[in-house]
Design a protein around this ligand. Structure first.
Ligand SMILES: Cc1ncc(C[n+]2csc(CCOP(=O)(O)OP(=O)(O)O)c2C)c(N)n1
Ligand SMILES: [Mg+2]
Length: 572
């Protein structure tokens, strides 16, 4: 089937040689994107969106086109880039299947509150309703999973619409925005003032922040001061909202025990005396007050129900969020505040200058002891010499090889749950998981993003063998774009996180076995490198070779399929 651009008049596709006095739609879109800090367009070729590519080539300086092998990877990469850089991501998807292939990744960005503009191609208006190639009204599909989804029919409106879309995406609570543009509009030209058509400025639009209600901050501070067993939960928006320093300062000033989640892992360095993440069972089960900052009260936090363990009464919950719409509607927190998270955390630190309740110090010590005891218990499985390999042994070898600025990405089931337990990032923004949507396949997109966002850091992608099947073809993208990444595949020849629960429920399992495929050979065939490791003896040296290689390198580690992650919750 031919792409419809081949039916366009020649002059619309002709490359430009001199600075335009007017712009085509792609240039209008790109100028707005650049004004919002975009430096990379994540995409996969399609004629409906050619003008954006032309604009990227013509831009001064040119904008990077990062082309992938599946639109899902383009959107995951744009989202991952937004997560790491805290600037908006930009994905451009061709009409119809390009857009629908991106939908799981857009949904992931929606659940994660990641700022993103997804620009879709669209069949031309002049043929609408007559059945042209890939004609689909896309915004209704995208509306439930974006902050806004609409069609821009007029090229003269495109620059402004793109600007507004980026502003909306980056305004707390952040999230994806979708625009599609009929092909005839995107290929047409519109006059622009000379300044707007000239070389781009580096001016990134600044964000207007909503100030929190100071009375609410004062009320919450006095609740914390009265609590005997308080816990502070730091969630991803602490990082996304740029509040990591304010959070660390609050903790240093008060000694509040902290459980860190998602992108906020690393806000406190792993040796910090207030970090109690590994004692979360005791912390959440016996706290009298849980202050949750920058994350929803979803399954990851027991739906906001705390206390009740060992006869403890239910804990009070306070919800601190970046925008009013984020306040939990189901968990009935005793108090809440919304707005600039740094301002909230600084306000709390000021108001808590008198310190915590005297009992809270002992409580923090109890949690820290429990946290350290859990870390000490890890040394057993992490040092295991069992054959077949215990998956924890991979982390026993990997963790000492990680630099403080490493970015570690998890895409998989049990293998990644083990990583969440054993890998404690040294800095915020060093850990990427798929978030609450739990979509397998984020891996290669996030790895592409991490390599671009952190050119000199180690980037380690942890892949379940099942997860690898969703995106490993994009190792080709790593190769073509010269993006070295260390991939470690925990290969238990199974959908492990399905196999063991199914056995538990039914006494048997079906369709959970996979072959022991040579995922390293897949990467080698695509132009990267890799090897298979079957015993603990060879593991460390293989990881060293991967880090030293300077190319996309997959270490395929054969692990014991009978070992399930010891799970206390199913998330349902
Ligand atoms: C897109 C998608 N499909 C299916 C699932 C359901 N699922 C969750 S974990 C899992 C198994 C993952 O297997 P693997 O990546 O090999 O990791 P393992 O649990 O074996 O360590 C599956 C199929 C999902 N979360 N996302
Ligand atoms: Mg597996």
């Amino acid at each position: 089937m031919t792409d419809p651009a081949t039916t366009q008049p020649d002059e619309t596709l002709a490359p430009e040689t001199s600075p335009p006095v007017d712009q085509h739609g792609g240039q209008a879109v790109l100028a707005s994107a650049v004004a919002h800090g975009v430096g990379t367009v994540f995409t996969l070729s399609g004629a409906h969106v050619f003008p954006v590519y032309d604009a990227a080539v013509l831009a001064d300086p040119p904008v990077r086109l990062l082309d992938v092998r599946h639109e899902q990877t383009a959107v995951f990469a744009a989202e991952g880039y937004a997560k790491l850089t805290r600037t908006p991501g930009f994905a451009v998807l061709t009409a119809g299947p390009g857009v629908t292939n991106g939908i799981s990744a857009v949904t992931t960005a929606w659940f994660n509150g990641s700022p993103l503009l997804v620009l879709g191609g669209r069949a031309p208006d002049y043929r609408w309703g007559t059945g042209s190639l890939q004609e689909l009204d896309q915004p209704p599909l995208l509306a439930p999973i974006t902050k806004a989804a609409s069609t821009v029919h007029d090229v003269a409106q495109l620059g402004r619409a793109t600007d507004e879309a980026f502003t909306l995406a980056t305004t707390p609570h952040r999230g994806p925005v979708f625009l599609d543009v009929p092909m005839d509009a995107l290929f047409s030209r519109t006059p622009v003032p000379p300044a707007a058509a000239g070389p781009r400025s580096d001016g990134v639009r600044s964000l207007v922040r909503e100030q929190p209600d100071s009375d609410a901050v004062a009320r919450i501070a006095s609740r914390i001061a009265r609590a005997r067993r308080p816990v502070l939960v730091l969630g991803s928006d602490v990082w996304t909202d740029g509040a990591e320093q304010a959070a660390a300062d609050l903790v240093d000033a008060t000694g509040l025990p902290v459980v860190a989640n998602g992108m906020a892992r690393g806000v406190l360095p792993r040796s910090h005396r207030s970090l109690a993440t590994r004692a979360r069972g005791t912390a959440f089960g016996t706290a009298d007050l849980v202050v949750v900052v920058g994350t929803p009260l979803d399954f990851r936090l027991g739906y906001g129900q705390f206390g009740g363990k060992d006869g403890a009464p239910a804990a009070e919950v306070v919800h601190v969020v970046d925008a009013p719409g984020q306040v939990s509607a189901h968990a009935t927190p005793v108090d809440h505040v919304s707005g600039d998270l740094s301002a909230v955390l600084r306000g709390l630190a000021d108001a808590l200058a008198g310190g915590l309740h005297p009992d809270a110090r002992e409580w923090a010590g109890t949690l820290r002891t429990a946290h350290e005891a859990a870390l000490a218990r890890d040394t057993g499985p992490m040092g295991s010499d069992a054959e077949p390999l215990h998956p924890a042994r991979i982390y026993g070898e990997l963790v000492p090889r990680l630099a403080d600025d490493a970015v570690v990405i998890g895409d998989g089931g049990d293998f990644v749950s083990f990583a969440g337990r054993f890998v404690e990032p040294a800095r915020p923004g060093g850990w990427m998981d798929p978030g609450p949507y739990g979509c397998l396949g984020t891996g290669l997109g996030y790895a592409i993003a991490a390599r671009l966002a952190r050119p000199s850091s180690q980037v380690v992608l942890l892949l379940g063998d099942g997860a690898a099947g969703f995106s490993l073809m994009d190792a080709d993208t790593l190769v073509r774009h010269g993006l070295p990444v260390v991939m470690v595949c925990g290969n238990n020849s199974a959908w492990g996180l399905e196999k063991h629960p199914m056995r538990m429920l039914y006494g048997y399992d079906v369709i959970t076995d996979l072959g022991s495929a040579r995922y390293d050979k897949v990467v080698r065939a695509l132009g990267g490198a890799g090897e298979t490791v079957a015993s603990s003896a060879g593991l460390g040296a293989a990881l060293d070779r991967a880090f030293a290689s300077g190319v996309p390198y997959l270490v395929n580690v054969l692990t014991d399929p009978e070992i399930a992650y010891p799970r206390t919750t199913t998330g349902i």
